[in-house]
Design a protein around this ligand. Sequence first.
Ligand code: NAD
Length: 498
Amino acid sequence: MRPEVRTNSLFIDGSWTAAEGGGERIVTNPYDATELATVAEASTADVDRAVRAARAAFDAGGWAHAPAARRAAVLTATADALQEHRAELARLETLDTGKTLAESRYDVDDSTAVLRYYAALVTTEAGRTVDTGRADAVSRVVHEPVGVCALITPWNYPLLQITWKLAPALAAGNAVVAKPSEVTPLTTVRLFELLQERLDEAGAPAGTANLVLGGGAVGAALAEHPLVDLVSFTGGLATGRSVMRAAAETVKKVALELGGKNPNIVFADADLTTAVDYALTAAFLHSGQVCSAGSRLLLQRGQHEEFITELARRAERIRLGDGLAKGTECGPLVSAEHRAKVERHLAGALAEGAVLRAGGARPTEPELQQGYFLRPTVLSGCHPGMAVVREEVFGPVLTVELFDAEDEVVALANDTPYGLAGAVWTKDAGRAERVAQRLRLGTVWINDYHPYVPQAEWGGFKQSGTGRELGPSGLREYQEAKHIWRTIDPAPQYWFAD
Ligand code: NAD
């Protein structure tokens, strides 16, 4: 059944509207390539209108200077609304992205938790007083909103990624223009419907939160717009570079959450059954379309043959299917173009000498022929010289490299332009801590993979990005520090003689 999605799906200056010029885009279900909805495709004139609406709302001050408790109440009410509409949102996310319902429910719950976290954090943020070194002066540092923030998100975690940005941006008192990926915009539209009602109830000025839809041209128009103060972008490395270049013109603040090529390091003393099990979720959750996917398995020589055999056996058993169906463990890739890109990586890897241990092809089941499926794939015999080991594939392709010593694996794991996340598996606590300390990554899991919480910062070292989402730093991204000095009873100081 087609979900109900409005066609006039841009939200600008407090109203739902179609695109100026009538631009539209069809959104499809990656499971069977059927049409899900037709949404508006913004023009640059729409982007300009949205940015100007946000600018006016921000400059009027009604939201920026509202008591933090009022802004927090909007976030809390939106979190409640997400839970009331949990089943509907999860279904919509699965239809749009292909991920399983269990994953989509998790995304709704995570988004809820992030809204609640920033609602709580912003009401306990009072800045700080500073010792002036003088009896006749007091001084304080406060954190103010940056202004108009453009929030640009990718297609793999649509609801979750936009909430990670919206929650701290609005908590801090900014006005925003959001742009989800053109491939999976549907839950963002629904989120804005829920958010708008709560902003209206709180008396926020029209234009506090705006939504534009469309592809790269719409994103670029936001990154270039002179009235935008900050761009928070999550997406690929090449696009991130172009956002940074565009932002340089008016020296916008830039927060970038980019790709990863994440090492999952398994020492020979790790429990084989558990480490194999986690290596599968690390690599194949959401068909590997996860920025933090553990797509580079680094195995210590010892039990490695047994490990790879078991990994391949279990990878072959992963059940592909409709994300809405019970029993499905992995959905399709997001689009035909994206699958073709992953297949090119795979062909390149085999040409470079990688050994195929599992998968490597599209499934043969008749019911999976319309969707963009690819079997979970395990490649052994890999080394850092191969493109498949160096580049982000963003699909269900796991490469296996072997190592002997601790120093060697640290060097291998760090030998990449990326630095997002990774894991180390060992029973030796000292070794786990030493390796965790030396990995140049924004997140390191010891004997686990993938968990995170709103309280802990998320982001990348090196070319995986700049800045952090989540945690207290996630709020700071959307704030400017201001120092306010007050002299109590000023009198001439006669620095220059009278
Ligand atoms: P993408 O870079 O193609 O697109 C991301 C967003 O940018 C989309 O909304 C797109 O329309 C927009 N865009 C495209 N061209 C633009 C331009 N010139 N200026 C401004 N915006 C533009 O990425 P994607 O394919 O949607 O997502 C996959 C990528 O996202 C992967 O590299 C993945 O690692 C990364 N990602 C990172 C994180 C993280 O937390 N670090 C999380 C999720 C995804």
